[in-house]
Design a binder for this molecule. Structure first.
Ligand code: ZN
Ligand code: ZN
Length: 702
C-alpha cells in the first residue's frame, strides 16, 4: 500500500503535466510533505511549477515564500503565475528581482513579462533584457517602473512625516503651503482680510511648522472679530496635539461644540487625533462615538490613536468594526493597524491583512511594507520579513532599521551587522533607532567589541547616544559577565541612570550569580525607582537560589511592610481571532481540563528529555499555597498548552506576558519547542524570546 502510493508519487513527479486539477496537485503536495518533509528545494520547485501551471497563485506563493534560496525555475513559475492572474506589477517586480539575483530569463518566462509590460505600458524593462538599450543603468529601470508607483511612495512619506493625518487633508484647507512667504506678504497688505485668507495663512504656518505664529494669527483673527470656522479649527487642532497641550485643545473643542462644528467629521477627526496624541484615548473615543457620520478618516484616526497609545486589542476591535461598517480600509488604515498585529503577534490577522494589501496593491507603499516587515519579524517569521524587505522598491532608514531590528530580535546578529553595513553602502545614514537595533543585535549575540565599536562610532554620524543606547551597552557588558565594568559604565553615564538600566545589570548579576553586586545594584535601583518591586523580587530569588533563605524571607517581609504586592501574572494568546487571557493559577478557562491534561503530559515528556525543574527561584516567585502544582500554574504555560490543543501541529505559538518569564518556565519552554516541533514566541515585559528547536534567541539572558 505504502510503496504503491510512493510509486505513484514518483511517476507523477516525473510527469508533472499529468496533474490536471487543483485537488490532485494539493494531494500530491500533501503526500510529499508527509513522506519527505518540506525541506527539499527541488521537490518544492516541481510542486510550485505544477501550481503555477494550474494558475493557482495562492498555492504557488505559499510554496514560493518558504524558499530560503530560490532556484531560477521557481522564480519563473511565480513570474508566470502572477502575470496569468493579472498581477502584472507583482509579476514584473518579481522578474526584476530575479534578474537582480543574476538569474537569466528564457523563452518560458518572456511571454508573461511581455504581457505584464504591455498592461503597465512599461517598455524599458523589456528593452533592457532584449539588449537593445544596454546603456540604461539599472537604477533608471527601477525608477521608470516606479513612476506609476510614485503616488504610493509619496503617501508613505506623507504618513511618515506626520503622525496626524493633517497633511493628507491639508489640501482641503490650504492650497498655498508652498510659497508661504509671498502669501504672508500679500496677506499683510490686504485691507480686508476675510476668513478664507486667514485660514490660508494659518494653515500655511502650521504646514511649515511655524506653530507659534499660527496661534498668534488665531489670536489676531479673534481680535479682528472674525469667527474661526471649520477649516481654521482643523488647522490649529494638530498644533495642540503636537504640543501636547490638551487644555488649549479642549478650549477649541468647547468652541467647536458651541458653534456646532463638533459633529463635522473633519473637525471630529482632528479632535480625535488631538486627544490621542495627548494620550487621552478615552476622550478621543468619545468624540468618535459622537460623530454622526463616520468616514474612513475618523475611523483611521481613532484606530491609530488606540494603537499609538498601546491599547492594541481595542484598536483591533475597532478595525474589525470598521470593516463590518463597510468602510474600506485605505493605506493609512494599514499603517495604523499593523503595529498592533506586530505587538500582539497576531500573525493570523496579519497575514489576512497582508493578502488584502497585496490585492489592493498597497504593498509598494514604503510605510506599509515596513510595517509588514516589522510584523513578520516580531512573529518570528524573519525569512518572510526579509523577502518583503528585499522586494521593496527602495529602502529608507525606517525599512532598514526595521529589518535590522528584526534580525536582532530573532537572534541573528551576523545578518544584522551585514545589513547595517549594507545600509551605509546604500547611503542611508544610521539614526538613533538604527543604532539601537545594531546594539541590540550585538548584545544578544555577546559581540562586545563590535557593540562597543558601533557605540563609539555614533558621534561620527552626529547621533548622540540616549538612555536606550547606554542601556544596550550596559546589557552587553553584563551579558558578557563583565559586571564591574557595566557597573562603572552606568555610574559614569552623562545621563542620570534610570531604574530600568539598573534592572538590566541586576538581571546580569542573576545570570552570573553575583549576589554581592546584586545587592548594591538593587539599592541603586530602589533609589532611582522606589515604587518598583522588581529589584526586591529578583534579589529575593537570588538569595533563595544561593540558599540564603533568611535573607530572602527578610526581604519578603520588608516588601509586605511596604505594602508591595506583585501584580498578577497574565499571558495572552490569540487563537482564531480571539484573544485568550490566562492568569497565573487560573482554572476558569472553559478548556482548563484539557489544558491540565496537556501540561501533565508535557511534564512527563520534558522529564524524559532531561528537564529538571528549577524550583528554588520559581517557588519564591509564587504564593506559598501554589507551591504544590507550580509547574502547571504559570500563566505562560497555560497559554502555551492552550495554543498546543487549539492550533494545528507545527504552527507557531505566540504569547504575550505582562511580567518577566521565570527561569523555570524559560527552560521548560525550550524543551517544549523541541518536543512539539513548534516555534514559540514569548514577549514578556523586558524581552522578545523566540524558542526554536530547544534553544531561545535571547541566549538565556533576559
Ligand atoms: Zn514561570
Ligand atoms: Zn529567552
Amino acid at each position: 500500500m505504502e510503496s504503491s502510493s510512493e510509486n505513484l508519487v514518483k511517476t507523477l513527479l516525473r510527469n508533472p503535466s499529468s496533474i490536471k486539477t487543483k485537488s490532485q496537485a494539493k494531494q500530491l503536495h500533501a503526500q510529499i510533505v508527509k513522506t519527505r518533509g518540506s525541506r527539499s528545494v527541488s521537490l518544492a520547485t516541481i510542486i510550485l511549477g505544477i501550481y503555477s501551471d494550474l494558475n493557482l497563485l495562492k498555492e504557488s506563493l505559499e510554496v514560493f515564500n518558504n524558499f530560503h534560496y530560490v532556484p531560477t525555475k521557481a522564480w519563473k513559475s511565480v513570474v508566470r503565475c502572477y502575470s496569468c492572474n493579472g498581477y502584472f506589477r507583482d509579476s514584473l517586480a518579481c522578474f526584476v528581482e530575479m534578474r537582480g539575483w543574476g538569474k537569466l530569463p528564457g523563452r518560458d518566462v518572456f511571454p508573461s513579462v511581455v504581457r505584464a509590460c504591455t498592461h503597465l505600458k512599461e517598455l524599458r524593462v523589456l528593452s533592457h533584457d532584449y539588449h537593445l538599450f544596454d546603456e540604461i543603468p539599472l537604477s533608471d529601470r527601477v525608477y521608470s517602473r516606479r513612476s506609476s508607483l510614485a503616488q504610493d511612495s509619496e503617501i508613505g512619506i506623507l504618513i511618515r512625516s506626520e503622525k496626524s493625518h493633517f497633511e493628507s487633508l491639508g489640501g482641503r484647507s490650504v492650497k498655498n503651503a508652498t510659497g508661504l512667504d509671498s502669501v504672508s506678504k500679500i496677506f499683510q497688505m490686504m485691507p480686508d482680510k476675510d476668513v478664507v485668507s486667514w485660514n490660508t495663512v494659518i494653515g500655511g504656518n502650521v504646514q511649515s511648522g511655524l506653530y507659534e505664529e499660527a496661534l498668534e494669527r488665531l489670536r489676531e483673527m479673534s481680535n479682528a472679530y472674525l469667527k474661526p470656522d471649520c477649516f481654521t479649527l482643523s488647522s490649529v487642532l494638530p498644533v495642540f496635539a503636537r504640543h501636547v497641550d490638551v487644555l488649549k485643545g479642549k478650549e477649541i473643542h468647547g468652541y467647536a461644540i458651541r458653534h456646532g462644528f463638533d459633529k463635522d467629521e473633519f473637525i471630529g477627526s482632528s479632535l480625535i487625533d488631538m486627544y490621542a496624541n495627548c494620550t487621552r484615548v478615552e476622550d478621543s473615543y468619545r468624540v468618535f462615538n459622537l460623530l454622526s457620520e463616520k468616514d474612513d478618516v475618523s475611523w483611521n484616526s481613532v484606530i491609530a490613536g488606540c494603537v499609538q497609545n498601546g491599547t492594541f486589542v481595542e484598536g483591533l476591535g475597532l478595525f474589525r468594526q470598521m470593516l463590518a461598517a463597510n468602510v474600506k480600509p485605505v493605506e493609512v488604515s494599514f499603517s495604523a493597524i499593523l503595529p498592533a498585529c506586530a505587538h500582539l503577534t497576531t500573525l493570523h490577522l496579519g497575514k489576512q491583512l497582508h493578502a488584502y494589501i497585496i490585492r489592493v496593491g498597497f504593498n509598494q507603499n514604503m510605510y506599509i511594507a515596513s510595517s509588514l516587515v516589522d510584523m513578520y519579524a516580531k512573529s518570528g517569521k524573519i525569512m518572510t520579513a526579509r523577502l518583503i524587505f528585499d522586494r521593496m522598491e527602495i529602502h529608507d532608514s525606517v525599512s532598514w532599521t526595521t529589518i535590522i531590528m528584526g534580525y536582532a530580535l530573532n537572534g541573528h546578529a551576523r545578518e544584522a551587522t551585514i545589513l547595517f553595513e549594507n545600509m551605509q553602502h546604500d547611503k542611508i545614514k544610521p539614526n538613533a533607532v538604527a543604532y539601537l537595533a545594531i546594539l541590540t543585535a550585538c548584545s544578544h549575540a555577546g559581540l562586545v567589541d563590535e557593540g562597543w565599536k558601533y557605540f563609539t562610532s555614533m558621534n561620527r554620524y552626529g547621533v548622540s547616544p540616549d538612555l536606550e543606547h547606554y542601556a544596550s551597552i550596559a546589557d552587553l557588558l553584563g551579558r558578557a559577565g563583565r559586571l564591574m565594568e557595566a557597573y562603572k559604565f552606568i555610574n559614569d553615564m552623562p545621563i542620570k541612570p534610570t531604574g530600568s538600566i539598573w534592572a538590566t545589570l541586576l538581571s546580569a548579576c542573576r545570570v552570573h550569580k553575583n549576589v554581592e553586586l546584586a545587592e548594591k545594584v538593587a539599592k541603586e535601583m530602589t533609589t532611582a525607582d522606589p515604587g518598583n518591586m522588581g529589584p526586591y523580587l529578583l534579589l529575593s530569588n537570588m538569595y533563595s537560589a544561593a540558599g540564603r533563605w533568611k535573607d530572602a524571607s527578610k526581604l519578603r517581609t520588608n516588601m509586605k511592610k511596604k505594602g508591595m504586592r506583585k501584580p498578577p501574572a497574565c499571558s495572552w494568546i490569540e487563537v482564531r481571532n480571539q484573544v485568550h487571557a490566562f492568569v497565573s493559577g487560573d482554572t476558569s478557562h472553559p478548556y482548563y481540563d484539557q489544558i491540565h491534561v496537556v501540561l501533565r503530559d508535557l511534564y512527563e515528556r520534558l522529564k524524559q528529555e532531561g528537564y529538571v525543574p528549577q524550583i528554588s527561584e520559581a517557588l519564591h516567585d509564587v504564593d506559598e499555597e501554589q507551591k504544590s502544582d507550580l509547574l502547571y500554574t504559570h500563566s505562560e504555560r497555560l497559554a502555551i498548552a492552550f495554543g498546543i490543543i487549539s492550533t494545528p501541529a507545527g504552527t507557531n505559538i505566540c504569547i504575550i506576558k505582562n511580567l518577566r518569564v521565570c527561569v523555570d518556565c524559560h527552560t521548560a519552554i525550550k524543551f517544549i519547542s523541541k518536543i512539539m516541533g513548534r516555534d514559540i514566541i514569548v514577549r514578556d515585559n523586558s524581552r522578545f524570546h523566540l524558542f526554536k528547536d530547544g534553544s531561545c534567541s535571547c541566549g538565556d539572558y533576559w
